[in-house]
Design a protein around this ligand. Structure first.
Ligand code: SF4
Ligand code: SF4
Length: 318
């Protein structure tokens, strides 16, 4: 079978080495466990004829591949000269090297109660066309996060599920998870992403000096407040949901910093500083949102589109 990979997760927890990307409703649902932030990354623009090689796997991108990358960029990403991803995700001290939902026995503590869709998508990547997912798996197979877990195997061994072959996702669960994560990213873009992108355009996306803060192959993390302000502006109910979220997050940040101070690690200091910055941004947003703006109106006078955002935030419409 051409470019075939199989997958068998033993839930060893090895790849749960940092908080995952999560949608805003997922962060709202786990507000006492995950500190939310916005992660901004640069997504390389692919060119026709480009040779992409991972280990012994190599592909030359054709027109269909470029069209598939363009379609992903048009629906899930943001273009300002280069292409960028803007996603909400969990944030924690990298020195802990674990997701806050990873239990001591190596299992996911929220597996049955709202595990993020990103984790269901593992080991695939929603920002890569299906036809090229074998390159994602080839890359993950060599990466430190999966090393020794042996959960990704080439071909079709009897003890693993065939996940991709000949450019198609063969496993129905993987296909479904990928579709749900892409739908969720599309919805995030609609609900708050485009507005946040525009609000950051001048100070970040149009400024080469500011863009230099996005690390190569990594993410610039900033406060989640710009996304909260967008959704809070849609109705009194959304504003209240955001205020409740902010209160939980302030308490969680306090607990997290307290534990870091007890660890007394030098490499935790910049993270503590960033968390204090998040807390200040939350407090400023709290003050802003505590006074209802007349334009916000009440639930009864809200236009019919507003309950959609409310349902989205509370996780009821996905
Ligand atoms: S490293 Fe592999 S086996 Fe372990 S939890 Fe992650 S996907 Fe599952
Ligand atoms: S939420 Fe669960 S599956 Fe996802 S990274 Fe955390 S521990 Fe792992």
């Amino acid at each position: 079978m051409v470019n075939a990979f199989s997958f068998a997760c033993t839930a060893c927890g090895k790849c749960c080495n940092s908080p995952p990307a999560m949608s805003l409703p997922e962060l709202f649902g786990h507000r006492d466990r995950f500190i939310g932030c916005l992660a901004i990354g640069r997504v390389p623009r692919r060119r026709l004829g480009e040779r992409v090689r991972v280990g012994r796997h190599e592909t030359v991108l054709d027109e269909t591949d470029i069209a598939a990358f363009d379609s992903i960029a048009d629906t899930l990403l943001y273009r300002a000269g280069d292409t960028f991803s803007i996603m909400t995700q969990g944030y924690d001290y990298p020195s802990l090297a674990r997701c806050p939902a990873l239990a001591d026995d190596g299992r996911c503590a929220i597996h049955l109660s709202g595990k993020p869709v990103t984790c269901e998508v593992v080991p695939l990547d929603p920002l890569v066309p299906d036809k090229l997912q074998h390159l994602v798996l080839a890359g993950r197979n060599q990466s430190a996060a999966y090393l020794g877990a042996d959960c990704i195997q080439e071909g079709q061994p009897p003890d693993a599920t065939l996940i991709i072959a000949a450019g198609e996702i063969k496993d129905a669960n993987a296909r479904d998870a990928l579709a749900r994560r892409r739908r969720s990213l599309e919805r995030e873009r609609e609900v708050w992403g485009r507005a946040v992108f525009e609000s950051l355009r001048k100070d970040l996306f149009d400024s080469p000096a500011a863009l230099a803060r996005i690390p190569q192959g990594g993410f610039l993390t900033i406060s989640i407040v710009p996304a909260l302000l967008v959704v809070a502006s849609t109705s009194a109910r959304c504003r209240q949901l955001c205020l409740d979220y902010i209160d939980s997050q302030l308490a969680l940040i306090d607990r997290s910093i307290e534990q870091a101070l007890l660890r007394r690690r030098l490499d935790d200091r910049p993270v503590t500083q960033e968390l204090r910055g998040f807390a200040h941004a939350y407090q400023r947003a709290r003050a802003l949102l505590a006074t209802p703006l007349p334009a916000m109106g009440s639930e009864s006078s809200a236009p019919s589109s507003l309950p959609t955002t409310e349902a989205y935030l509370s996780g009821a419409d996905h």
